[in-house]
Design a protein around this ligand. Sequence first.
Ligand code: GLA
Length: 384
Amino acid sequence: MRRDALTLFRETFGVAPAVGGSAPGRVNLIGEHTDYNGGPVLPMAIGQRTTVMAAPGEIGILEVISTRDGVRRRVEYAREPGEGTTAFLVGVVRALDRRRIGLPAGARLAIASDVPVGAGLASSAALTVSAARALAALAGHALAAKEAARVGYEAEHDHVGVRCGTMDQTIAALGRNGHALLLESASGATRQIPFTGTLLLVDTGVRHDLAHSAFNTRRAECEAAVARLRDVHPGLRWLAMWPAGEMSRLARLLPAPLRARAQHVVGETARTRAASRLLERGRLTQFGRLMYESHESCRRLYECSAPELDLVVQAAKRAGALGARMTGAGWGGAALVLIRPADAAGIGAAIERAFERRFGRKPAVTPLRGGGGARVEKVGGTSR
Ligand code: GLA
């Protein structure tokens, strides 16, 4: 991706870039829809990345080109909010500006990415965090990893208006190869946990435009649940703080569908903490069981799965996978399958067959490649 971004920059702007930054996509091993409820998540950076090459341009202007569509766009970032990709970038520029990291002379940007869009692999966080790295470097600042994550979050949440949590930007900034990252969203505390399992990534190819609005609806439901629970528990700040041992009380206090949403968040919070302890002890078989449980909870209680994802999980289970679940926001996108290394070909083929039988086409099944977190990229000719 680094080479593609360099080439695109030179071909578009006729000069070499001054700085570059990159950041990975992610999978989430477990802990879905818990982050904006103050709970834990356990994501892992993947090998697919977004690279942003940058150089000074015209004062007050971002000029942007991306390998995705090859269209050159221009936006006056103090006045225009931007659209699509440029909206995320304007969000980043403004978030940096609030930190007094202003661009002295605008910026020209070339973007290359192999993180698929809409697959639940956090392509937007890869974009905002890589851009945060590159644009801060252009302004002469080395951004600390957690600050880069925060800038990415503000761009997506405050500027673009997706009411996401902090998981995607945090793993994009802090990911470490061969490790999953336990993030406790309420405190922001993080812990790197070695991941020794073998995973298949199954992209169902289902892309739901509805995902953003459904996502915001779920978030509103969770807030409504907290507001009601506060009547009996005034100190309750986050849904994830509700004790897992008091599930039946929770059920009595909430009407449908808030009840099911809250049950998912509280159950998933306990499951994610248990799963991270299992991972630390290398107990992959038990970890896998919690992945299945998490999927079931996403499907039945949070209603954020899709028939294609459910079929992948069922087929994986039948073929003997240790665990499987949807990953990311859901309503389409990709599933993760945890396997014993020797089973990769057999389980992958079984999933493909079952999927094709039901949906008349094949999903993309690939071994999951891990990756590292955001970094500054060299702008010279040699690749790394
Ligand atoms: C999206 C959001 C994350 C998180 C997941 C669901 O990826 O950006 O913050 O809420 O959905 O777990």
